[in-house]
Design a protein around this ligand. Structure first.
Ligand code: NAD
Ligand code: MG
Length: 402
């Protein structure tokens, strides 16, 4: 039996992970579950999977959960606070850790799992973007296995030879081609994109995901973060990574080799495929996913991204090229801007303006340790908050006041 810890279990990736695990009770045992504050969601999962421990980052919610589980006669021990997540990630009973917390909040527990030598299934792209070098260093020292869950990176992982090592450019690879659905605003004119509502932004045409990543998909910042993620994981300079708009979301990404071969991974747009692939690798297990019907798909289309209507992608590429702490700043500014947009305090079209304003103030620096990364994250967040509070600054950068 393989013990599994699921961090972010109540979210979209977390629930898909538990769905796959529930199909293989003879192979996997859920050791621990963790989330932010969803008491009802986590209680239901504890009753179904009976993990030894569960954690909620919010202490008040954690007390409520403990009470509810006692009433239901469930013996799961409840932990609370952000430190509890890292503790669960290190638990010796869990050989596999699914890192599926959204945003920078996932970084400490992801790093803890890497340091503890786990098979680390990494959905939390923000931790790779913020602290890629630290993460790879921890993986090398501990002998952890890092397997990407993001569908594009998992597709590339599947196309690379088994001898490939995380963080290293695989011999003979010429370029990586990351596909993007283009999101809900793919064919919208710039003016309409500028004033799009949160409801419109989270209505993704192909994938069902959490709110933050859905907004990022609509602005193409998700692809920008994925470009940085791919540069880190596959040891590729950003210039050798291309983004292709592919509205059908059937080809999940491609690897071009020096001999002219291009390999791709195809499948239904369902995250249970990369999750099952990463859980069982190098074996294969059923994931409950609908099989791909190419006759039904009919046509597969590809086009270049429009950087005028989707400037976030260009901002991310510039941060990838700048290196050091630039991607920490980019990620922090984006998280603050997306949160303000979801709270209806910022226009959709001003998300890239806020990020551009913050990146204009980027003062350099290297991510030598976690403290440097967290300090840069805090500084960029403060500047993004200032930018949102001073819309005249955004005007200057081509945005509009909310
Ligand atoms: P989601 O919003 O649906 O779920 C997020 C989970 O993280 C929830 O369980 C929430 O309780 C937990 N969480 C959030 N903040 C926390 C905190 N401070 N402390 C503890 N727990 C916290 O998000 P999602 O769509 O499942 O995405 C999760 C991660 O996976 C993100 O990094 C996202 O970019 C990545 N990802 C998601 C998809 C997808 O299809 N949903 C695809 C690729 C990558
Ligand atoms: Mg993705």
């Amino acid at each position: 039996m393989i013990g599994v810890c699921v961090l972010g279990s109540t979210g979209s990736i977390g629930r898909s992970t538990l769905d796959v695990l529930a199909r293989h009770p003879d192979r996997y045992r859920v050791i621990s579950l963790a989330a932010r504050s969803d008491v009802a969601g986590l209680a239901q999962q504890c009753l179904q999977f009976r993990p030894a421990r569960a954690a909620l980052a919010d202490p008040v919610a954690a007390r409520e959960l403990a009470q509810q589980l006692r009433t239901e006669g469930c013996s799961t021990e409840v932990l609370s606070g952000p430190e509890a997540l890292a503790e669960l990630a290190r638990d010796s009973d869990a050989a596999v850790v699914m890192a599926a917390i959204s945003g920078a909040a996932g970084l400490p527990s992801t790093l803890a799992a890497a340091q503890a030598g786990k098979r680390l299934l990494i959905a939390n792209k923000e931790s790779v973007v913020m602290a890629g070098a630290l993460l790879l260093d921890a993986v090398r020292r501990s002998g952890a296995e890092l397997i990407p869950i993001d569908s594009e990176h998992n597709a590339i992982f599947q196309c690379l030879p088994p001898v490939w090592q995380v963080g290293q450019r695989s011999a003979g690879v010429r370029r990586l081609l990351l596909t993007a659905s283009g999101g809900p605003f793919l064919d919208w004119p710039a003016a309409a994109i500028g004033t799009a509502t949160p409801e419109q932004a989270v209505a993704h045409p192909r994938w069902s995901m959490g709110a933050k990543i859905s907004v990022d998909s609509a602005s193409l910042m998700n692809k920008g973060l994925e470009l940085i993620e791919a540069a880190v994981l596959f040891g590729m300079p950003p210039d050798d990574i291309e983004v292709l708009i592919h509205p059908e979301s059937v080809v999940h990404s491609l690897v071009e080799f020096v001999d002219g071969s291009t390999l791709a991974q195809l499948g239904s747009p369902d995250m249970r495929t990369p999750i099952a692939q990463a859980l069982a690798w190098p074996e294969r297990i059923p994931a409950g996913v609908e099989f791909l019907d190419l006759l039904k798909a009919g046509q597969l289309n590809f086009r270049a991204p429009d950087l005028e209507r989707f400037p976030a992608l260009a901002l991310a590429r510039a941060a990838a090229q700048a290196g050091g702490l630039a991607s920490v700043w980019l990620n922090a500014a984006d998280e603050v801007a997306v949160e303000a947009f979801l709270a209806k305090r910022l226009n959709f079209g001003d998300i890239p303006a806020v990020i551009a304003d913050v990146m204009d103030q980027f003062s350099g620096g290297q991510s030598q340790d976690l403290a440097a990364v967290l300090a840069a994250d805090a500084e960029a967040r403060a500047r993004a908050v200032q930018g949102i509070a001073a819309p005249h600054r955004l005007y200057r950068l081509g945005g509009r006041a909310p």
